[in-house]
Design a protein around this ligand. Structure first.
Ligand SMILES: Cc1cc2nc3c(=O)[nH]c(=O)nc-3n(C[C@H](O)[C@H](O)[C@H](O)COP(=O)(O)O)c2cc1C
Length: 361
């Protein structure tokens, strides 16, 4: 391993997995699948960021069931046939020195939408390519969106089984990190937040009840996911809305997830209700990663408007998080880590094929 002085390029080992640096590709939907299959786009998109030197590369939200897709074009892992296409990608990522992570997801009441470039509107259950969405309660995301069906006990059991079986497939496909998507107003976040969960059974009401489904998903995933591989959970650390999920709730949840053996809390925010007042400035969500890290001792990942090398380095050097996840900056620059290494004067190896382009000082 190359000698490093920067925080960004300090390697880290979690369980048995070594990450060569702390820069991760944040999950980003590509809406480019047919019937959930990974294809050349996914290989080139994720593969480019491995060539670019990211320490960890997450797939986009990968649906554990067809009804859990945001759009009909989402990546999926609900059948064994999905495995070979994903395996091709994990092999390429590993061959290029990065760690392959998968974000397992169920979109809940935010499922059944058009792709952003087709308008992004909700598709009614009866509409072309649409389906009936499910949620903790029959409350739509907004007044103009279709009403979801509240999950029955059998429906909840199916969600648990879907996450469990998807995890086995993720393992078979060669992923080394699994992340449970419990953020952005998708199904697991909908259960966490009192704004979207008004159930009166064991899955609604108290904090303990609202967190039950996520904790059960974590347990189900762990029946399959080996203890020597890392597990992340992405949360929305606040709903930014009165009466919603709060940062205090997130700290409390992280404490529990720690006892369950979750390794990293990936700290995003928002997405569960329209019109939340979300501040937007560089690193606007880092405070949540910092607070959870400091108050619980959990490792955290910071995400959101992290775009410069200096900013990313400062977040880690000041112990505000253990990883930085970049989304849009990685779309602008797939080689961000190679460029960051140069700025920080780290002698990071370039892919041999690109050696001749490496800056010499
Ligand atoms: C094109 C695009 C697709 C995204 N898809 C996902 C996703 O699948 N899962 C997820 O948790 N977040 C998703 N996000 C959110 C990002 O992971 C990230 O949290 C957010 O963009 C803020 O980071 P940034 O400022 O570096 O872009 C997406 C963002 C973008 C731009």
């Amino acid at each position: 391993m190359v000698k490093t002085t920067s925080a960004l390029f300090s390697p880290i080992t979690i369980r048995t997995v070594q990450f060569k640096n702390r820069i991760a590709v944040s999950p980003m939907c590509q809406y480019s699948s047919e019937d959930g299959f990974a294809n050349d786009w996914h290989l080139v998109h994720l593969g480019s960021r491995a060539v670019g030197g990211a320490g960890l590369i997450f797939t986009e939200a990968t649906a554990v069931s067809p009804e859990g897709r945001i759009t009909p074009d989402d990546l999926g892992i609900w059948k064994d046939d999905h495995i070979p296409g994903l395996k091709r990608i994990t092999q390429f990522i590993k061959q290029n020195g990065s760690v392959a992570g998968i974000q397992l997801a169920h979109a809940g009441r935010k499922a059944s939408h058009q792709r952003p470039w087709d308008g992004g509107a909700a598709i009614a259950p009866t509409g072309e390519r649409g389906w009936q969405t499910v949620a903790p309660s029959a409350i739509p995301f907004s007044e103009s969106e279709p009403v979801p069906v509240a999950l029955t006990a059998a429906g909840i059991e199916k969600v648990l089984t879907d996450f469990q079986v998807a995890t086995q497939r993720a393992l078979d496909a060669g992923f080394s990190v699994v992340e449970i998507h419990a953020a952005h107003g998708y199904l697991l976040h909908e259960f966490l937040s009192p704004l979207s969960n008004q159930r009166t059974d064991a899955y609604g009401g108290s904090f303990e009840n609202r967190t039950r489904l996520l904790l059960e998903v974590v347990e189900r995933v762990q029946t399959v996911w080996p203890r020597d591989l890392p597990m992340f959970v992405r949360i929305s650390a606040t709903d930014w809305t009165e009466g919603g999920w709060t940062a205090d709730d997130s700290v409390k949840l992280a404490d529990i997830l720690k006892t369950k053996g979750v390794d990293v809390i990936d700290c995003s925010t928002g997405g569960n209700v329209p019109n939340a007042k979300i501040p937007s400035y560089p690193g606007y969500q880092v405070e949540f990663a910092e607070r959870i890290k400091q108050e619980t001792g959990m490792m955290t990942a910071a995400v959101g408007l992290i775009t410069s090398v200096e900013q990313a380095e400062a977040i880690l050097a000041n112990s505000r998080a253990d990883f930085v996840l970049l989304a849009r900056e990685f779309l602008r620059d797939p080689y961000f880590p190679l460029h960051a290494a140069h700025v920080l004067k780290e002698d990071m190896p370039w892919p041999v094929q690109y050696e001749r382009a490496k800056p010499r000082q």
